[in-house]
Design a protein around this ligand. Structure first.
Ligand SMILES: [Zn+2]
Length: 304
């Protein structure tokens, strides 16, 4: 455990909602990432618990996956004057709310519409409580993601670019956009920043950066040598996410959802074209059960 710099509150969540980080001083405050929409009321509660009567001034999203900005709409309603800053390259997509390009539709996930008032780009810096947090473009898991680093404390807000155990699915790869090199460049950049403590997008904060980078690189090596491993992992992550969201479903309901989720269709065509969708789906569900991620009985699949 490390002592975070004054004014930094790490709000750790589970795997459905991303973690949030609140930076504050006497005159300003800023929230990084807002979780998934089904937890939006909880997110608001957690934020008001820290801020009390003071209004939230700024939301920053490290990237626009549904589990990182799903609380934006609720927070904007509660705090009508809040500024909302998103990665600059996606400003137009948010303005026209393109659910395909923003991946909400192809992942079969939900994100209530919100507005952005500004953008973040590589090199932008935010000063709160005298500490400067600088944004670094960190593509790989997501093409437009960024991470935030404070040089004095050497604390890094890594989003899904680096977790204690790996990193998030390399989403561009699902669409056939090669991004494993970008994952590697981002890991290299993190190594060069040389943080002493990381606040990740999911999971607990951690300090053994060297070990985490080692695990991430060995995972990346596996994915590179066998892209189907990554494809399989991505498909299971999408199914598990749906289970985290719904907790329990009849298997045919989950199958229907999966069949209409275009990323899953694309993954099957790329990596399991020899299997029917139903057979591939059964295989993935069994794999999830074997790893302890769900329980299947009497035609129902339940999150565990
Ligand atoms: Zn993500």
């Amino acid at each position: 455990m490390t002592t975070l710099p004054p004014g930094v509150t790490f709000i750790e969540r589970g795997w459905l909602s991303s973690n949030s980080i609140l930076l504050q001083d006497e005159t300003s405050n800023l929230l990084i990432d807002t979780g998934y929409c089904t937890h939006a009321d909880q997110t608001l509660q957690l934020v008001t618990d820290v801020l009390g009567d003071r209004p939230l001034q700024t939301i920053i999203n490290t990237h626009l996956h549904s589990d990182h900005c799903g609380g934006n709409a609720t927070l904007q309603k509660y705090y009508p004057k809040v500024e909302t800053l998103i990665p600059v390259a996606q400003a137009e997509l948010i303005d026209i709310w393109d659910v395909d390009a923003l991946t909400y539709k192809p992942t079969g996930q939900h994100c209530p519409r919100f507005i952005r008032t500004g953008t973040v780009q590589n090199g932008d810096a935010f000063t709160v409580n005298g500490a400067v947090w600088q944004a670094y473009a960190a593509s790989g898991h997501d093409q437009h993601a960024f991470i935030l680093f404070n040089t004095e404390s050497r604390v890094l807000i890594s989003a899904d670019a680096l977790w204690e155990n790996g990193f998030g699915v390399v989403f561009p790869e699902i669409e056939g956009i090669q991004a494993f090199d970008e994952v590697e460049s981002t890991l290299q950049m993190i190594e060069q920043l040389n943080p002493t403590w990381i606040l990740p997008g999911h999971g607990a904060g951690f300090g053994d950066i060297h070990a985490a980078l080692g695990r991430a690189r060995s995972r990346l090596k596996q994915f590179r040598s066998s892209p189907s491993k990554h494809g399989n992992y991505a498909a299971k992550v999408l199914l598990k996410f749906k289970l985290l969201e719904t907790q329990t479903l009849r298997l045919p309901e989950l199958l229907t959802w999966a069949e209409t989720t275009s990323y899953l269709q694309m993954l099957r065509q790329e990596y399991a074209a020899n299997l029917s969708f139903g057979k591939w789906f059964d295989y993935l569900c069994r794999e999830l059960e074997k790893s302890g991620a769900c329980h299947i009985a009497n035609g129902r699949i339940t999150n565990t």
